[in-house]
Design a protein around this ligand. Structure first.
Ligand SMILES: [Zn+2]
Length: 183
């Protein structure tokens, strides 16, 4: 029961923080991840611009130029289509001996926020994947490797990772050259 309460409190504080920061960042090439490990429960929330899943490079590169031009929106994807294109295990590699198993994952597609307001007209959207895993050996969750995400997304440049692993706060910016957190 104490663990459950702790998890809720941690998640709440991270959500509040993420919400504040989200208002200033919908940047192509930048992904955001929140991690909370509490007891054997590992919560991973991974957020990225939907442009990363869109197949036409032309759209990706022109998307920002197309601001305000309704005739040139990128095609949107449904949550089911997103689910077919990406899973959490394609983005993050966890230590095998931690014995983590995905038990529930929720997908959202939402309008991106820029300059403090939703950008419905420009068609910019973010994908949010919220995965809950159960780790039989949580002590072995000593690194999180995001190399799979960099391999999957050609134009991904940085991942901001933050959260709580047990009692320790986690806050790192990862790149292709340094794709693993050290917890
Ligand atoms: Zn965008």
């Amino acid at each position: 029961m104490r663990l459950t309460t702790g998890l809720v409190v941690s998640l709440l504080s991270i959500c509040v923080h993420a919400e504040t920061r989200h208002a200033e960042t919908h940047v192509h090439g930048l992904n955001h991840v929140q991690i909370v490990l509490d007891g054997t429960t590992l919560q991973v929330n991974y957020e990225f611009p939907i442009a990363q899943l869109q197949e036409h490079d032309e759209y990706k590169h022109d998307e920002h130029k197309a601001h305000g031009n309704k005739n040139d929106q990128s095609p949107t994807l449904s949550e089911t289509e997103v689910k077919d294109k990406v899973t959490i295990s394609e983005l993050i590699r966890l230590p095998e001996d931690a014995e983590c198993v995905e038990i529930n994952t929720v997908y959202f597609v939402r309008n991106a926020v820029a300059d403090g307001k939703a950008t419905e007209e420009s068609g910019h959207q973010d994908v949010v994947i919220e995965a809950t895993l159960k780790c039989e050996q949580p002590d072995k969750v000593n690194s999180l490797d995001f190399a799979p995400a960099f391999n999957k997304f050609d134009d991904l440049e940085k991942i901001e990772v933050e959260g709580m692993v047990g009692n320790r706060p986690l806050s790192e910016t990862l790149s292709r050259k340094g794709a693993s957190t050290s917890i």
